[in-house]
Each structure stands twice: as C-alpha cells, then as structure tokens.
Ligand binder design. Structure first.
Ligand code: SF4
Length: 330
C-alpha cells in the first residue's frame, strides 16, 4: 500500500433543510487502502457515500471531497458525470436494482465501456467478455448474451463489480455489497474484491453493518454514529480494544454463531437517534452505559487518543484502562 492519498473528505456535511444527517465527516483514503465504514442503519454511512458520488438528491452538501486533488463538490453536473463511474465508482447492495432487466448483461457492460471511452463499439464486446472473465463469471462469451434474471445473486454482484471496475477507478465504494448473499457467496465476493484491489491498487471504501466482513477485509475501520465518525483506527486494535462505547456495543451485538439457540440475541439497547432530533451533548448518551453528567451537557470532539481518533469524553480514561489490562494480561 502506498501513502498516496486519492480521496480526501474534509468536513463533509449533508443537509435537507434544517436536518443534517451527516455532520462534519473528515477522512482520507490512500491508494490500495481498504477502509471500512461501519454503523447501524441511519448512522449516515450510505449518505456519506452518496454525497461523495454527488448522488444525494435534494441534499445540500458542504465541505470538500477531493478526489485526486479535484473537489467533486465544485464540479458541474456534466463534469461529475464523467468522473462518476470513471475515477470513482460504486457497487450497490442490490445489483438487480442497478441492472436493467430488459437488456443483456453484454449490452449493459458495453454501454459502460463506451461511455468511459475505454473501447469503441467493435472492441467493447471483447472487453465485456474479458471483464466478466476477470470477475470469475464462467463461460463469459456465452453469459454476455444473457439477461440479469438468468444470473444468480452472486453472479449479478460480480457483473456489478465488473461494471464498476471497467474504467479502473481510483476509488471504489461498495455499499453493503454482500448483504443479500449467502455466507459462501459473500466470502467469494469479498475474495474477488480483495484480488482486484491487490492487482490494481484501487482504494476501497466498504460500507457495512457487518463487523465480521469489515474485520476480514479492511486495513482501517471508522465507526459512524449520529452522522459523525466516532472512532477510526486500524482494524486490529479496533476489534481488540474498542475505545468508543458505541464500537464496544456494536462488537457486543455482533452475531456469534457459537451461541446456543435458546440464548437471547445480543442487541444494543435503545434506537439510533433521528437526524432531526439528536440529543443534547453526546448523541450516544441515551444508550451509553458509561454516560456521565458531562456527556449530556457537552458534545465530545473527535480527538487523537492512543494512536486513533475517538469522539468520547472518556476516551483517555478508557485507553489507559485498556493499556493496563494489556499489561496485566501480558
Ligand atoms: Fe458514552 Fe459519554 Fe463517551 Fe458519549 S461521551 S460515548 S455518552 S461516555
């Protein structure tokens, strides 16, 4: 992995009138980096991605989204159309909604290839077959003639990845790309993404509510809550010693397949806040088992603690306790 930054998001805010579901999100993504964006539904993960793609309809966007140095928020719609699917591409959770059921897979791939000027009409079919082969679709020369409904869910997702990768984007955003798939297909799709990233050096932002998927794939993980990043660090320490209580709660609620069936499924108590009705102070305080008076009075800031970014009044204290536990356990 190089240190070259390809995407630099600075203080991104997404609002719909008075309501602001994404509130000052900043992060950078390096070439070849695998970044996980995790959190419950409604935390602002997908909206952050849509804002980067300039697909957050009717939203007001503030801040900067620098892709290879160009601020996407300043581009005219026409310019953005060339970049979208070219230098930054997206894979969605439900490939069926992104594929047109009335056109063959080959026709749709060829269109994407021609749109980004990768090949002319005569060479586009050949390139489409190569792309399908690349993402592991068997018998690609035959499958290009087929329609989306003739593909399984996993194969459709491979087609979406082929389409997203056709212009060799610098950044690939994957929004819950394996949620609708069974565990085996899920693993195959993640392996495919892993291989493509290794071969091409693409930077990937993986949006997922599944901490297991993020753990297996990501170098860095950032946790979102209430439209803010509340913790960001390398994957390994995050899973070993979560510093933010929300990260800890998410990990505690992760599905444990070794649990007896008669044991209750662990959950995080309470509900994520609605964007227009954030509690005063720390937005996690109504659900936080560690909350103190200061948490209801004052919102914490995202600060560097023990080599990671954490937005919690108790971050220093919790980092010291985690260090102590490590020493005791050593
Ligand atoms: Fe919990 Fe307080 Fe930290 Fe918020 S600031 S996560 S309420 S301890």
């Amino acid at each position: 992995m190089t240190t070259e930054t390809v995407l630099d998001v600075r203080d991104l805010c997404v609002s719909f009138g008075e309501i602001e579901p994404v509130r000052g999100v900043s992060f950078a993504l390096r070439r070849g980096e695998r970044l996980g964006l995790v959190g419950e539904s409604g935390s602002g993960k997908s909206l952050t991605a849509l804002a980067i793609m300039r697909l957050a309809r009717r939203a007001t966007l503030r801040g900067e989204v620098l892709l290879e140095g160009r601020d996407l928020l300043k581009l005219k719609p026409r310019e953005m159309e060339r970049i979208r699917g070219g230098r930054v591409a997206m894979v969605y959770q439900d490939p069926m909604s992104a594929l047109n059921p009335v056109f063959t897979i080959g026709r749709q791939l060829e269109e994407a290839i021609r749109l980004h000027g990768i090949a002319d009409r005569s060479a586009a079919r050949e390139r489409a077959i190569e792309l399908l082969d690349d993402v592991g679709v068997p018998h690609p020369a035959r499958r290009v003639e087929q329609y989306p409904h003739e593909f399984s869910g996993g194969m459709r997702q491979r087609v979406m990845i082929a389409m997203a990768m056709c212009a060799d984007p610098a950044v690939l955003i994957c929004d819950e790309p394996t949620t609708a798939l069974d565990v085996t297909t899920q693993a195959r799709i993640m392996d495919l993404l892993d291989r493509l990233v290794d071969e091409r050096g693409t930077a990937v932002m993986l949006i997922t509510h599944d901490l297991g998927v993020a753990a297996g794939f990501c170098d860095t993980v950032q946790v979102m809550y209430g439209g803010r990043i509340v913790e960001r660090t390398e994957a390994e320490p995050l899973y070993g010693t979560p510093l933010h209580p929300y990260t800890e709660a998410l990990l505690g609620a992760a599905v444990d397949l070794t649990l007896d069936l008669d044991q209750p499924i662990p959950t995080i108590g309470g509900q994520p806040p609605l964007a227009g009705r954030l509690p005063q102070g720390c937005s996690f305080h109504p659900r936080c088992r560690y909350a103190r008076d200061v948490c209801t009075a004052q919102a914490p800031l995202l600060e560097e603690v023990a080599g990671r970014l954490v937005e919690c009044h108790l971050a220093d204290e919790r980092a010291a306790a985690a260090k102590e536990d490590t020493h005791v356990g050593a």
